[in-house]
Write a protein that binds this ligand. Structure first.
Ligand SMILES: Cc1ncc(COP(=O)(O)O)c(C=O)c1O
Length: 409
């Protein structure tokens, strides 16, 4: 007999990742071989990593001889606290309100494992919709059920919290928000935060604010509002509130795996305890490179300027053929393709076949809730490639849409 190992049955609840669905969609398509492939599909930063960050990393390899602490070096925590004060105009951030993490993805996941109380029946985790799929997996593996608040295009894609019934709120233990949003690029307003804080104060849930796109925006004078900044502006403390930030997009170091969590010190104490067992300590050389990156804004401004130029060229071109507008922030265009007469998956499949350009169908990034999939009929385009490639991709999308028009779709 060869008995099969037992497995956590909740693993079966995990959905295939959007890119796996995209791969399956593309599997039977022969892309136009006359054209070089261009991908707007995967949202991975592609700008070069600044040399000073690489130098800080390689100059700190002596640190590999020691186990790092899970809390991280005081110098890094203080550096992050100082960045938070500068960036969000916060009066004083204490080291106890900051915890370095090895990328925001694992932290968004493990945070749910820390805060969900499985002894209370019927735990719910509220996610925006569309959303970053880690929130759903984190909820499921923490023993909770994910529920969704559809983003409302009429309110700058803010989650429709008012559609959640009171008996559901009573069971919600954790709310994820994503601002700037992936894929919508929308930033929550102070009023949105006011509403969410009031709900949290009434029902007692924890708020996890994913802000990993916060440093890519298009108006240098209007950086996106952050969760802690909103709390401060509204005269509220950080109770039941944490934000997640990351160097991946800000500093073009997705391979470094570096970010932080900041906010409610009591929650962070529990999160640190959890992480001590989970093994979430950051490599000392990565800590040194991270501190160098958080201490410098010049490279961040340059990086932002590169996105600003790309979006300024590409957005008006695409707006001629699709319903699309410059987002508040982030590096995605979230385009409504309805006027082409195609669904999002048809649009993605035919664009690949005819123009060898990959985009991500919006329905893969959302779940059906309230009778609709709020990603349906939209596609996400990540403008992460070189300006030339982004322009060429946009030209091909324009050609594709015009040829659809000419053919009557
Ligand atoms: C919305 C969102 N949150 C978090 C992450 C994770 O980023 P990282 O783990 O590199 O910090 C991503 C990455 O694509 C993302 O899109």
């Amino acid at each position: 007999m060869n008995p099969r190992p037992n497995l956590n049955p909740r693993l079966d609840l995990l959905q295939p990742y959007p890119f796996e669905k995209l791969k399956a969609l593309c599997a039977d398509i022969a892309p136009n071989a006359a054209l070089a492939p261009i991908s707007f599909g995967i949202g991975e930063p592609k700008h070069p990593t600044p040399e000073f960050i690489k130098a800080a990393l390689s100059g700190s390899l002596a640190g590999l001889a020691n186990y790092p602490t899970t809390a991280g070096a005081d110098s890094l925590r203080k550096g992050i606290a100082a960045w938070l004060e500068r960036r969000y105009g916060l009066p004083r951030v204490d080291m106890a309100q900051v915890l370095p993490v090895t990328g925001s993805r694992e932290a968004l996941f493990s945070f749910a494992q820390t805060v969900i109380d499985g002894t209370r029946p019927g735990a719910l985790v509220l996610c925006p919709n569309p959303f970053y799929q880690i929130y759903e997996g984190a909820a499921l593996l923490a023993g909770a059920t994910p529920v969704f608040a559809n983003s409302d295009p009429a309110r700058n894609f803010a989650p429709a919290f008012d559609r959640i019934a009171d008996d559901a709120w009573a069971r919600v233990q954790l709310v994820y928000v994503c601002s700037p949003g992936n894929p919508t690029g929308a930033v929550l307003s102070l009023d949105d935060w006011k509403q969410l804080f009031a709900l949290s104060d009434r029902h007692g849930f924890v708020i996890a604010s994913d802000e990993c796109y916060s440093e890519i925006y298009f108006d240098e004078g209007r950086p996106p509002l952050g969760a802690l900044e909103a709390a401060h502006k509204l005269g509220r403390g950080f109770e039941r509130l944490v934000m997640f930030s990351s160097l991946s997009k800000r500093s073009n170091v997705p391979g470094l795996r570096s970010g932080f969590v900041a906010g409610d010190a009591a929650l962070l104490k529990a999160f640190l305890l959890y992480r001590t067992y989970h093994g979430g300590a950051m490599n000392p050389a990565v800590q040194a490179a991270s501190l160098a990156a958080w201490n410098d804004e010049d490279h961040v401004r340059e990086n932002r300027a590169a996105y600003v130029r790309k979006f300024a060229e590409v957005t008006p071109m695409l707006a001629e053929v699709l319903d699309v507008a410059l987002p508040d922030a982030g590096f995605y265009l979230w385009a409504d393709v309805s006027r082409t007469g195609l669904t999002d998956t048809e649009f993605a499949a035919r664009l690949l076949a005819e123009q060898n350009v990959t985009v991500l169908p919006g329905s893969y990034l959302a779940r059906e809730a309230d009778g609709v999939n709020p990603g349906a009929n939209r596609v996400r385009m990540a403008l992460v490639a070189t300006p030339e490639e982004c322009l060429e991709g946009a030209r091909r999308i324009v050609d594709f849409c015009r040829s659809l028009q000419a053919r009557g779709a």
